[in-house]
Design a binder for this molecule. Structure first.
Ligand code: PEP
Length: 265
């Protein structure tokens, strides 16, 4: 099945109004005509997950570009007395198209469980937003040979109770924790093996949804390594942290995901 490649940047807690202006203009100016055309034709999707205070700025700058903008998290609650939380409905108010949930930095620092991630994901689906569900194992699990079991359990817990249509609307980002921000990417073959495992797990719930779900790789993706990753049959794009803060580097990663730049999946 042909899935539309997707490349998302995760700015994390970086940026300022002024710096974002330069980064967004730089990104728009660095996209190749080929990538720009592919995005506008719907053959390629790319975008940025920005800190919530900058969603209005991202919406203003990106609205006519075809690029997507989204948030890095979303509340599991609908509305009310939840100080500091941001609801899916609010994200929709800023015309976000997606939000990350379950990033390992939130699972670790804010002790988010897979059950909570599943409830956040549900809020996004209820509001017509695309959830990008992050999963990935710590180094200890990889070294013990239990990385696949660990990730499958995260996928299972986050997708519990979803119907076929909801499942097909998900994006999953496989981000081994030991590869995030370390400069040490998973090899393309190790990443492919895990992506195939994730797709197989999804197929236990629905064969057709498993074929539709896009599975992104994340963890020290650079322009130099992107093409090899994107050539793998189950790697449908990337979630990019550090390298998305450099407009040229990020545009080059997007270029590598252009359908004409890679062998067809
Ligand atoms: C991330 O935080 O989602 C990420 C993949 O970061 P980096 O690309 O910097 O490893």
């Amino acid at each position: 099945m042909q899935r539309v490649p997707l490349v998302l940047g995760n700015w994390k807690m970086n940026g300022s109004v002024q710096a974002n202006e330069a980064l967004l203009q730089g990104l728009l100016g660095s996209l190749s005509p080929q990538a720009d055309a592919a995005i506008k034709q719907g053959d390629l999707q790319a975008g940025v997950a920005v800190p919530a205070p900058y969603l209005f700025q991202a919406a203003t700058r990106l609205r006519s570009s075809g690029l997507l903008w989204g948030a890095q998290d979303c509340s599991n609650e609908i509305a009310g007395a939840f100080t500091g939380e941001i609801s899916a409905d609010m994200l929709k108010d800023f015309d976000c198209q997606f939000a990350l949930v379950g990033h390992s930095e939130r699972r670790e620092r804010a002790a988010e469980s897979s059950d909570l991630v599943g409830r956040k994901l549900g809020q996004l689906l209820n509001n017509g937003l695309m959830p990008v569900v992050c999963v990935g194992e710590p180094l200890s699990e990889r070294e013990q040979g239990s990385a696949e079991d660990f990730v499958v359990e995260q996928v299972r817990a986050a997708t519990k109770g979803l119907d076929e249509q909801q499942l097909a609307a998900l994006v999953i980002a496989y981000e081994p924790i030991w590869a995030i921000g370390t400069g040490r990417s998973a090899s393309s073959s190790d990443a492919q093996a895990m992506h195939a495992t994730i797709r197989h797990e999804l197929s236990q719930q629905s064969q057709s949804a498993a074929q539709a779900v896009r599975i992104l790789y994340g963890g020290s993706v650079k322009a130099a390594t992107a093409a090899e990753l994107f050539a793998q049959p189950d790697i449908d794009g990337a979630l990019v942290g550090g390298a998305s803060l450099d407009a040229t580097e990020f545009a080059n990663i997007i270029q590598s995901a252009c359908p004409a730049s890679q062998s067809l999946h």
